[in-house]
Design a protein around this ligand. Structure first.
Ligand SMILES: NC(=O)c1ccc[n+]([C@@H]2O[C@H](COP(=O)([O-])OP(=O)(O)OC[C@H]3O[C@@H](n4cnc5c(N)ncnc54)[C@H](O)[C@@H]3O)[C@@H](O)[C@H]2O)c1
Length: 346
């Protein structure tokens, strides 16, 4: 498998390093407008190949995406003093439009993993700009938030986070929704678990944990200026699911045609990831509060998209079938009608 990484900053370089250590790909190309940086990262990583896995690592131009199986987009910039969320989104949308323009002449059929922030907005922008089949376009979305949620629940009860199943869905941002109704430790619902000497989590505990998940990224940035290890592991978990045809579940961001009556926006839901990208969205059931939270999350994203000139009703390029007819991009798991819960796989 060849992975092309666009953006050789903290996140891009750490994804490359994590891939090198974990294995699972034969070639990595690193692409950055700062070619010196891309070259330096490729050289530094290559010098460790004899001590880790046999991987060809090169700095390339955009021609590097031509034979890629997966393209990981980590290019962008972080917020500058005095900038609003909209200012930053506008700057990174501009960068993403540039990247799509540069990539398109070389792009074949790779899966694309979006990481740059605001990740849901940029996933939607790339979807609308590239006309890529939506199952091949995967935003890292709330994979990292879900990992933080699982870690914090595991720590709360001194249980290995790998035995905690819990999702955060919606926007990768302030309106993200932790799905308490489905969270479990082993097979016990988290909300019912009461080990000796303590009561089940009450509303105050849940609020505390939810806020810790929400503020986790900000805390790391405050302490060290950027986050990159856990996001690199999150991206690598998606890459492994594709490379290994795992059919494993990750809360990735993808373009939703109509889910819970939420139309035409990219946000995170639990999705089954395999060789082809997103195989389907899982038919999870949410309680009324979680449904309302997901709608709020979608509204937040739609408002920002509209402010950026990407209307909720997307003007994306519709794929053409052999007869030249338009085909809508659709996940296998998208319900066709408004439903009050995630169900109806077709
Ligand atoms: N989704 C998540 O959970 C998550 C987590 C952490 C960081 N991020 C995001 O990832 C992005 C990168 O973060 P970082 O810390 O690596 O930033 P960084 O500043 O260290 O690196 C960004 C890199 O992008 C490059 N770049 C800029 N424009 C480019 C273009 N047009 N083509 C190619 N390369 C270009 C820059 O030269 C730089 O090397 C940011 O948007 C950040 O917010 C997302």
């Amino acid at each position: 498998m060849k992975v092309s990484i666009i953006g050789a900053g903290n996140v891009g370089a750490t994804v490359a390093y994590t891939l090198l250590v974990k294995g699972g790909c034969d070639a990595i190309s690193i692409i950055d407008t700062n070619q010196e940086k891309a070259l330096g990262e490729a050289e530094d990583l290559s010098h460790g190949v004899s001590l880790s896995k046999s991987v060809e690592i090169r700095a390339q131009g955009y021609e590097g995406v031509r034979d890629a199986d997966v393209i990981v987009v980590t290019a962008g910039r972080n917020r500058r003093p005095g900038e609003t969320r909209l200012d930053l989104a506008r700057a990174n949308v501009g960068i993403m439009e540039d990247i799509v323009r540069c990539m398109q002449p070389h792009y074949q059929d790779a899966k694309v993993i979006m990481v740059s922030n605001p990740v849901d907005i940029l996933t939607e922008v790339v979807f609308q700009r590239m006309g890529i089949a939506k199952e091949r376009l995967i935003g890292s979305g709330t994979v990292l938030d879900s990992s933080r949620f699982r870690y914090l629940l595991g720590r709360e009860f001194a249980i290995d986070p790998r035995n905690v199943h819990a999702y955060v869905i919606g926007e990768h941002g302030d309106s993200a929704v932790p799905v308490w109704s489905m969270a479990s430790l082993g097979q016990i619902p988290v909300t019912q678990y009461a080990p000796a000497g303590r009561l089940p989590l009450g509303p105050g505990d849940r609020k505390r944990i939810q806020e810790a998940v929400q503020n986790a990224g900000k805390a790391v940035i405050q302490h060290k200026g950027a986050t990159y290890y856990a996001i690199a592991l999150s991206v690598c978990s998606i890459l492994e699911a594709i490379a290994g045809n795992e059919h494993s579940v990750h809360t990735v961001s993808s373009h939703i045609d109509d889910f819970l009556g939420i139309p035409k926006v990219s946000l995170s839901l639990p999705a089954v990831i395999a060789r082809e990208g997103i195989r389907e969205l899982l038919p999870i059931q949410l309680d009324a509060q979680e449904q309302a939270g997901l709608r709020r999350s979608a509204d937040t994203l739609k408002t920002l998209l509209a402010e950026l000139g990407y209307l909720p009703e997307p003007h994306h390029q519709v794929g053409l079938d052999a007869a030249g007819e338009g085909t809508a991009h659709r996940h296998a798991g998208d319900p066709q009608v408004d439903v009050l819960e995630f169900q109806a796989l077709v």
